[in-house]
Design a protein around this ligand. Structure first.
Ligand code: SF4
Length: 449
């Protein structure tokens, strides 16, 4: 199963052998190192044997590994593990399978129930794709998860990697996988130079992965490669001293483990500034359902407005209040600010609290094109519908803000005693802080966190 590895402890806990100092990042490797070579039969055999023996001894006990023959359970795990660490996925996985134990149960469910269970896991597009894939499996395959790579890859949200993982792990087909972990292991094992995202190098790595996968135990072999990348051959400080491939690893021999794979060129994240409004009525908060497509598509959200390039947050706030309150006079007080770093975006939310009960009583009077519904919910009921982690943080910030106000002594209600959350929001408002010039559209395809 693929996962975002992060830093992992050395599972064997053994001492790490000192490596030769790596050359500087700018140094070029010999030209023959720019492509992975197909190893000879003996080398392949030793690679497989060592890796499988290591896997048998060191594999982690993960919930999806306890159901190796359950194609549906494996499919759910593969979707959840995309871009997400094992530790985060585990709790969501068990809960999701309890609620949707079969492909039919998910296919029948409304999207809102699916997003609610996915709430907080991020990358909500995966949930929508999994839901659609379940419907297609019921409609086109009689409820049976297909077993071939070609059929699997025709389902929504399934690419060559996920198809190969399901086909090999569940159905024992000799299919390769190549995710970030496997790619790192293979690049280091052969000390291959070059941009790991370049199509030519990607194709050669797929060819190498295909040559390595054995006819016997292809699923275990693929999992052993991914496991090695996640726990030993980690992005930084790989545990070469306990690695089963240490004797044949070219990067280790050449002292290149710290510079391979070559770092990808990072895109500067686009700045996105949003004002969010907490509208309260009778102990409930107003939630708005986001359009089905785009960032946080289909999730429930506090009313928000994107701050246009060069605009002050307070201008966007006024626009939002006017739209919601249908022209009634209402004021938004700053509560605080949070920033969320998504894959390609840095999103800053400034939360305001609408004051004035009459204004709140008239809401919602306006409706933005694409908004698909409104709902008044108690803050602790937000877990029943799908909300993003950002909205969970905003609700928690509002809660802290309310508690402080409730217990504050009168003399403490001075600007100098305001909370850090509030000061951040107020400072931005008072300084008339303008939005950075980023993309302000909230729609369009995106990985959403
Ligand atoms: S020896 Fe080191 S660099 Fe090579 S595959 Fe093993 S952990 Fe990775």
């Amino acid at each position: 199963m693929s996962e975002n590895p992060g830093r992992s402890p050395d599972p064997a806990g053994g001492p790490r052998r000192r490596q030769k100092p790596a050359p500087s990042d700018g140094r070029r490797l010999p030209a023959r190192r720019s492509r992975p070579e197909r190893p000879g039969t003996g080398r392949i055999r030793r690679f497989r044997a060592r890796l499988l023996a290591w896997y048998d001894a060191h594999r982690r006990d993960l919930p999806w590994r306890r159901r190796p023959d359950d194609a549906w359970a494996q499919l759910v795990a593969e979707f959840m593990l995309q871009q997400t660490q094992v530790a985060t996925v585990t709790a969501y996985y068990e809960r999701f399978l309890r609620r949707f134990p079969t492909v039919e149960s998910l296919a029948r469910a409304p999207q809102e129930a699916v997003l609610a269970l996915w709430s907080g896991l991020g990358y909500y597009r995966r949930a929508r794709m999994l839901h659609e894939a379940a419907r297609r499996i019921v409609r086109e395959h009689g409820g049976e998860v297909p077993s071939t790579v070609d059929e699997l890859a025709r389902l929504p949200g399934i690419g060559r990697y996920t198809a190969g993982a399901i086909a090999s792990i569940v159905f024992g087909r000799r299919e390769p996988v190549l995710d970030g972990n496997v790619r790192r292991v293979l690049i280091r094992w052969q000390a291959t130079d070059g941009d790991p995202d370049a199509p030519d190098l990607r194709k050669r790595l797929w060819d190498l992965a295909e040559a390595l996968v054995p006819r016997r135990r292809p699923g275990d072999f693929n999992q052993s490669l991914m496991e090695l990348g996640a726990t030993v051959c980690t992005p930084r400080a790989p545990g070469c001293g306990v690695c089963p491939l240490r004797r044949s690893c070219a990067a280790r021999r050449l002292g290149l483990t710290e510079i391979l794979p070559r770092a990808k060129r990072r895109r500067t994240p686009e700045a996105l500034n949003i004002v969010a409004l907490a509208v309260e009525r009778d102990g409930r908060l107003l939630f708005v359902r986001r359009p089905a497509r785009g960032l946080w598509g289909g999730l429930w959200d506090l009313p928000t407005e994107a701050v246009a390039c060069g605009e002050r947050p307070t201008q966007a706030l006024r626009r939002l209040v006017r739209r919601l309150a249908g022209g009634r006079r209402a004021v938004g007080r700053p509560v605080g600010r949070i920033t969320r770093l998504l894959t390609h975006r840095k999103v800053t939310f400034r939360l305001y609290r609408l004051t004035g009960t009459p204004a709140a009583r008239g809401i919602p009077a306006g409706r933005r094109a694409g908004d698909t519904g409104y709902r008044w919910l108690k803050p602790d009921e937000s877990g029943r519908v799908g909300v993003s982690r950002a909205v969970q943080s905003l609700i928690a910030m509002l809660d802290r803000h309310r508690s402080r106000r409730r217990f504050r002594r009168p003399e403490a209600d001075r600007p100098g005693r305001r909370s850090r959350d509030q000061l951040q929001g107020a400072a931005a408002e008072e300084a008339g802080e303008e939005s950075g010039c980023g993309t302000v559209s909230l729609t369009g395809t995106s990985t959403d966190g």
